[in-house]
Design a protein around this ligand. Structure first.
Ligand code: NI
Length: 157
């Protein structure tokens, strides 16, 4: 396993649409392991492959309660709404209030190509939406109704 460099906002890699994974091989497994390690090292709760420079539809999430590896994930249903604070490993120091569905159900494949479904509410729903957006070149700022100011951040510490 290895820590990979996290691509930052401004790099055009983060604006690209990623390709589907077709080979569930050792290279994919290494990518998933490296993404997990990179996310942990950066204290993130999710990371998408383009954030480590790989234009493939691969996401890793660890909310503390739930650890997920999602290959070729797709949101198949969503409901409700939440407005919460969100940030991104590719936009260090920046946070904003986003509008997201309260609950989503996602269809994906695991590292061996087996299909599964997962539903998430609240934080997990936000993480799923945020990371899947990365696969289509979309950053959380597209969904913000307000970015947090220095003052807001100070009050949160
Ligand atoms: Ni992000």
């Amino acid at each position: 396993m290895a820590i990979r460099n996290i691509v930052k906002e401004g790099d055009e890699i983060l604006t690209k649409v990623c390709r589907k994974v077709e080979k569930f091989d050792a290279k994919l497994h290494t990518l998933l392991d490296d993404m997990y390690e990179t996310m942990n090292m950066a204290n993130g709760i999710g990371i998408a492959a383009p954030q480590v420079g790989i234009l493939r539809r691969v996401v890793v999430i660890d909310t503390g309660e739930k650890k997920l590896e999602l290959v070729n994930p797709e949101i198949i249903s969503q409901s409700g709404e939440q407005r919460e604070n969100e940030g991104c490993l590719s936009c260090p120091g920046e946070y904003g209030i986003t509008v997201r569905p309260y609950k989503v159900t996602v269809k994906a494949q695991d590292r061996n190509g087996n299909e599964f479904k997962v539903s998430g509410e609240a934080l997990l729903a936000r993480a799923l939406c945020h990371e899947i957006d990365h696969l289509d070149g979309i950053l959380f700022k597209k969904h913000t109704i307000r970015m947090l100011t220095e003052e807001d951040l100070k009050n949160m510490r």
